[in-house]
Design a protein around this ligand. Structure first.
Ligand SMILES: [Mn+2]
Length: 347
């Protein structure tokens, strides 16, 4: 295990990765794709799937987005309004009109947000566009760039590579996803390229004020009540280097929230000075504990997530644990996290 990130630090030059010509050529042949993202979609997932689908529709391609009903957090529901013109598919139908499947922002096949899961080795070609470092290249056509801040950054580059001009609504969707995955252009994944792409999107009509208001200044009462509990339950250990909080099923429902509203609340314990590893344990459905892990500075967390069967990005990862009580899950993961910091020389 290493605590040093393999990606370049922000500001360092990174390869300006574009999709390979054969990937573009296969994608150009697509006429009616079904586009899907990951379970518990975040702003980047919605922005990239709806952004690509809308751009395709504007260029005469009959793209649809697979998204089960009721799985979008309150906070990012405004993105569904931006993408309202895109037809939605609630579940996988093998006899549907799709001539291809495009999976975006999804690290593993098992995380695809459609039931039953679409067969990616089936008769129609599949495309896998993602920036998760743990992506297994599960598509027939893969474009995985762990250096990209977000899948939305990749979609913006893709549209440019196709010679397409994004409409202002597509630009808003993509900008919102980049904003989300870069923590408002503040996380180390924010590269000069992310800022350049974002600037192009603003030039193309992305509504910065609307997106900022929706993502930063539109908290509803139930999300606010949930944060109150996250603050209240925050515990600091390992000489102030690890902070974590927890939300029981009861905490979540009493606040008026549900599993899908657990998004980036781990930013609360993460915000404490000196903390280099932050975690949020949440029981969104009874008996299932989700752990969001974040690393700060040069501390990576993806190895820690993988140890418990999860995955993600080097400094932002997740795990789902079953058949464990909240206390057990916390005890096991905090012990492993402390060990991880010790092994990497932080403690
Ligand atoms: Mn993403």
């Amino acid at each position: 295990m290493s605590a040093t990130a393999s990606r370049p630090a922000s500001g360092e030059s990174r390869p300006n990765l574009r999709p390979r010509p054969d990937f573009l050529e296969s994608l150009r042949a697509v006429k009616s794709p079904l586009i899907a993202g990951h379970v518990t979609p975040d702003a980047d997932c919605l922005g990239s799937t709806f952004g690509l689908a809308m751009a395709m529709r504007e260029y005469g391609i009959d793209a649809r987005v697979g998204l089960p009903p009721g799985c979008v957090a309150n906070k990012i529901a405004f993105m569904l309004d931006l993408g309202a013109d895109v037809p939605r598919v609630m579940e996988w139908d093998p006899s549907g009109p799709q001539d291809s499947i495009i999976v975006i922002d999804t690290a593993a096949e098992k995380r695809i947000n459609l039931q039953p899961p679409p067969p990616l080795a089936g008769p129609v070609p599949s495309f896998n566009i993602d920036h998760h470092i743990t992506n297994t290249d599960f598509g027939a056509n893969n474009w995985v760039d762990p250096h990209a801040s977000s899948s939305c950054e990749m979609i913006a580059v893709l549209l440019d590579s196709l010679g397409w001009q994004a409409s202002s609504r597509v630009a808003s969707l993509l900008y919102a996803g980049i904003y989300g995955d870069t923590g408002g252009f503040s996380l180390p994944c924010t590269s000069a390229e992310s800022l350049r792409v974002a600037a192009e999107l603003v030039r193309g009509g992305a509504d910065v004020a609307h997106i900022g208001e929706q993502l930063c200044r539109s908290q509803n009462r139930s999300d606010f009540e949930l944060l109150r509990r996250v603050y209240d339950h925050t515990t600091v250990v390992a000489d102030g280097r690890i902070a974590y909080s927890h939300l029981s099923y009861r905490d979540i429902t009493d606040a008026g929230c549900r599993a899908d509203d657990i998004d980036d609340q781990v930013s609360i314990p993460r915000a404490l000075k000196g903390v280099v590893l932050a975690m949020l344990f949440s029981e969104g459905e009874p008996g299932v504990i989700r752990v969001n892990l974040r690393g700060e500075g040069r501390v990576t967390v993806v190895e820690l997530a993988q140890k418990f069967g999860g995955g993600g990005h080097s400094q932002s990862a997740g795990v789902k644990m079953k058949n464990k009580s909240m206390d057990q899950a916390i005890a096991e993961v905090v012990a492993a996290a402390t060990e991880h910091l010790r092994n990497s020389g932080v403690l």
